[in-house]
Design a protein around this ligand. Structure first.
Ligand SMILES: Cc1cn([C@H]2C[C@H](O)[C@@H](COP(=O)(O)OP(=O)(O)O[C@H]3O[C@H](C)C(=O)[C@H](O)[C@H]3O)O2)c(=O)[nH]c1=O
Length: 194
């Protein structure tokens, strides 16, 4: 019951407020390691590679991809840019033959992934990662992973992709499901896309 400000709280209640409120509370679990890096699990075969943005009084420089980086073992053979309008979802999509390797240039994306690979330790799991132009880094999306990119920001998101094979215009390596499919346990709510 609410006690009006001017009424003193009885001593018997005062002694138990902390205990009673904490009894209904949930303690945060660990989310970062000793180096302050997120420990949220990715799907089998996924990893990030951080780049560095160099700022000066004229602007900035950020390297996007260097095959010498100790990251992807597959060659850099093709690159293109795609954008996503605010609120829109691009997905669900899956590639059988190639990996995607994204670098978000600007905007904010919630990348949702679903692992249907029978031999994967993360089979059946959903994974979400947040990518933005504020944190320059690469992320790969392994073959046979359903993925959908949701622009959760207020401006058009710009992404550079470095897929592991060039685009085949006659037979695209792309398989699609609608974003509201019952086959993937994830709900984009009112967001629209395909
Ligand atoms: C990828 C590509 C596409 N196209 C043509 C084919 C279509 O007429 C048009 C749109 O292609 P698509 O519908 O495949 O694009 P998105 O659905 O935006 O897919 C992109 O965004 C999602 C989130 C991804 O994960 C894909 O890897 C990425 O390609 O561009 C080309 O001509 N060259 C290309 O390299």
């Amino acid at each position: 019951m609410q006690t009006p400000d001017h009424e003193p709280i009885p001593a018997s209640d005062r002694s138990t407020i902390l205990e009673r409120t904490l009894a209904g509370a949930v303690q945060d679990q660990r989310t970062v390691d000793a180096g302050r890096k997120s420990i949220a699990p990715l799907l089998d075969g996924m990893s990030f590679f951080d780049s560095v943005r160099h700022d000066d009084d004229r602007g900035s420089v950020t390297e996007l991809y260097d095959p010498r980086w100790p990251w992807s073992t597959e060659p850099m053979v093709f690159s293109y840019m795609f954008t996503i309008r605010p609120g829109m979802v691009k997905g669900w999509g899956l590639h059988k033959l190639h990996e995607d390797r994204y670098f978000v240039i600007s905007g904010e994306i919630e990348l949702v992934l679903y692992d249907p690979r029978p031999d994967s330790s993360t089979c059946g799991k959903i994974c979400k990662v947040y990518l933005s132009g504020h944190r320059p880094r690469l992320i790969n999306i392994p073959r046979n992973i359903w993925h959908a990119d949701h622009n959760i920001g207020t401006v058009e998101a710009v992404v550079i992709n470095f897929p592991t094979i060039p685009y085949d215009h006659s037979a695209p390596d792309k398989y699609r499901l609608p974003i509201d499919t019952d086959l993937i346990p994830y709900d984009f709510g009112a967001a629209k896309g395909w």
